[in-house]
Design a protein around this ligand. Structure first.
Ligand code: G1P
Length: 289
């Protein structure tokens, strides 16, 4: 079955970015010339997905506005003969259909995904977490869809992390069945140090069979007292197969101050308007260190 829908949870308060995220959603913080959420939606579009389902909360309307048509802006830009910019803004509003669903209580990532059950229906779907930006030749989601089309079972993106950082992630244990592909045996959300031998961390990209909603129905609060997606994934992997996929690309944790700055540098060095001057500037800065 073709994967047509992407769920993007954006309901979180963004406490790691206060005060920047006090009055604007953290997903609207800029990397070079676009908000982080735009990179995520562009990855979705480039992977052939047809609809985005945002899981929102109060104070997140700027995200919906960002992907909406702005008649006033269009009129003003056209009057000022800024035709290229006007066209760019229209293109942005036509990128993809966006619907949103409110997560009424902050009960965790698993609960956020469960909130989308009626809008997703009985078809496989993608989940992308806005904090994880992936720079790659082929979009990370597209790479995962290629594997999904082969195995027809849920796929989670993973990346090797240092052993002393495993407590920050959902960790996957299993056996390689081929290069870059692991058949999942066990999953644990943010394991206490020393409780797993695996260093395969879940990165915020998932392709899920709709059975995940039945699993989420039954998931009780786990790590941090929240309904964890990883716990429901484990239940799903026990019921039917699940694969972890080591994608090709560089992942940035844009939800963390240092990760966010690293992402800005990486994306700026690839931005056609500024890459050369920015690269020269970085060299000057490095020479002064
Ligand atoms: C979430 C997931 C975790 C995953 C991580 C990737 O955690 O619960 O399994 O490894 O995203 O970024 P969070 O970082 O939201 O606490």
């Amino acid at each position: 079955m073709k994967v047509r829908k992407a769920v993007i949870p954006v309901a979180g308060l963004g406490t790691r970015f206060l005060p920047a995220s006090k009055a604007i959603p953290k997903e609207m913080l800029t990397i070079v010339d676009r908000p982080t959420i735009q990179y995520i939606v562009e990855e979705v579009v480039a992977s052939g997905i047809e609809e985005v389902i945002l899981i929102t909360s109060e104070g997140k309307s700027a995200i919906e506005n960002h992907f909406d048509y702005n008649f006033h802006l269009d009129t003003v830009l056209t009057e000022k003969k800024k035709y290229r910019l006007a066209e760019e803004m229209r293109h942005l509003s036509n990128l993809i259909d966006v619907v949103s669903v409110r997560q009424k209580k902050p009960l965790g990532l698993g609960h956020a995904i469960w909130t989308a059950r009626n809008v997703v229906g009985k078809e496989p779907f993608v989940v992308l977490l806005g904090d994880d930006l992936v720079l790659s030749e082929q979009p990370c989601t597209k790479q995962m869809l290629d594997l999904f089309n082969e195995v027809q079972e849920s796929v989670v993106a993973v990346q090797q992390v240092p052993m002393d950082e495993t407590y920050l992630y959902g960790i996957v244990e299993g056996k390689h069945v081929k290069e870059r592909v692991i058949k999942v045996d066990r999953m644990v959300e943010k394991p206490a140090p020393g409780t797993t031998k695996s260093d395969m961390a879940i990165i915020g990209r998932y392709i899920l069979q709709p059975d995940i909603f039945d699993m989420l129905d039954k998931t009780t609060p786990g790590h941090g007292g929240e309904i964890q997606l990883t716990d429901a994934l484990l239940a799903l992997s026990n019921k039917r197969g699940m694969y972890a996929f080591e994608f090709d690309g560089t992942r940035f944790d844009a939800g963390d101050k240092l990760g966010y700055l690293k992402a800005i540098i990486a994306f700026a060095l690839r931005h056609p308007d500024i890459c050369e001057n920015f690269s020269d500037h970085l060299k000057e800065v490095a020479a002064q260190l």
